[in-house]
Write a protein that binds this ligand. Structure first.
Ligand SMILES: Nc1ncnc2c1ncn2[C@@H]1O[C@H](COP(=O)(O)OP(=O)(O)O)[C@@H](O)[C@H]1O
Ligand SMILES: [Mg+2]
Length: 250
């Protein structure tokens, strides 16, 4: 599904991403972890096309997309959330999903259309299902800017799903969440996996990553230092060192 080939991104002297090879198979929930500043978000930006790599290539569903613009990658099925919430605060929850919705419906969308005018019956039903899945149905008409922090995070996730992506990139979806919200996030990721979704999950919250992923790659200073099942990665001495300092190697 996704194949990163010797991918590098340098910012001046900083090797944010340094020769990373990585493959995500269809139906996998793949975890990408590493200390702060290890290059995780930069990899997401390279996959989405917000950054052009210094070297290497991004392949997606068998074709090289390294030179494609971000919107062209969205049409090919790559969708993402941001580490910091980026919603249209002056649009309703429903409208935020409507403009993210990709299926069918040619032509430009008018973002401010009322709910009952936006889109075909099928599209409206799909949006309502997505809202229900993310427990936001009762907030459909609310302005996104008026939602609580937890609700905004759910809407950000819902919006990424509304595009019906072949590959979903989640950049620290649990950041700032309380224990109950993380539990709900855990459940949602599991249900999406059961439905066959392919997800690249970047996350600091180790319990969540270990619980919901099939495979994990570990970054440190822009390099992949380990990869394997959650159990293999947890036992890896380099990983323990990167996370806990050399004392943990003892
Ligand atoms: N746009 C940028 N310009 C310059 N340096 C950047 C930029 N984005 C990221 N970096 C640097 O690249 C490194 C990796 O950052 P990042 O990918 O955000 O790490 P992570 O998401 O793992 O915390 C850091 O040293 C960061 O300061
Ligand atoms: Mg980051």
């Amino acid at each position: 599904m996704l194949d990163l080939k010797a991918l590098s991104k340098h910012f001046g002297g900083v090797r944010a991403v340094d020769g990373v090879d990585l493959q995500v198979e269809p139906g996998q929930v793949f975890g990408l972890i590493g200390p702060n500043g290890s290059g995780k978000s930069t990899i997401v930006n390279l996959i989405c096309g917000l950054f052009a790599p210094t070297a290497g290539a991004v392949e997606f569903r068998g074709s090289d997309i390294t030179a494609l613009a971000p919107h062209a990658r969205v049409s090919r099925g790559i969708s993402r959330t941001f580490q910091n919430i980026r919603l249209f605060g002056q649009l309703s929850v429903w409208q935020n999903l409507w403009i993210a919705q990709s299926s069918g419906e040619p032509g430009g969308k008018v973002a401010f259309l009322p709910r009952w005018l936006g889109g075909s019956r099928a599209v409206r039903d799909e949006i309502d299902r997505t809202l229900a899945f993310f427990d936001l149905a009762h907030k459909a008409e609310e302005l996104a800017g008026n939602l609580s922090f937890g609700e905004q995070r759910r809407l950000e996730f819902a919006r990424a799903m509304a595009a019906e992506p072949a590959l979903l990139l989640l950049d620290e979806p649990a950041a700032g969440m309380n224990a109950e919200e993380i539990e709900q996030l855990d459940n949602r990721i599991r249900r999406l996996r059961e439905e066959g979704a392919t997800i690249l999950l970047i996350e600091h919250h180790m319990e969540l990553v270990m619980a919901v992923t099939d495979r994990i790659a570990v970054l440190n200073f822009g390099k992949k230092i380990a990869e394997g099942t959650p159990a293999e990665v947890q036992a890896h001495p380099l990983v323990r060192e990167a996370y806990l300092g050399t004392a943990a190697a003892a």
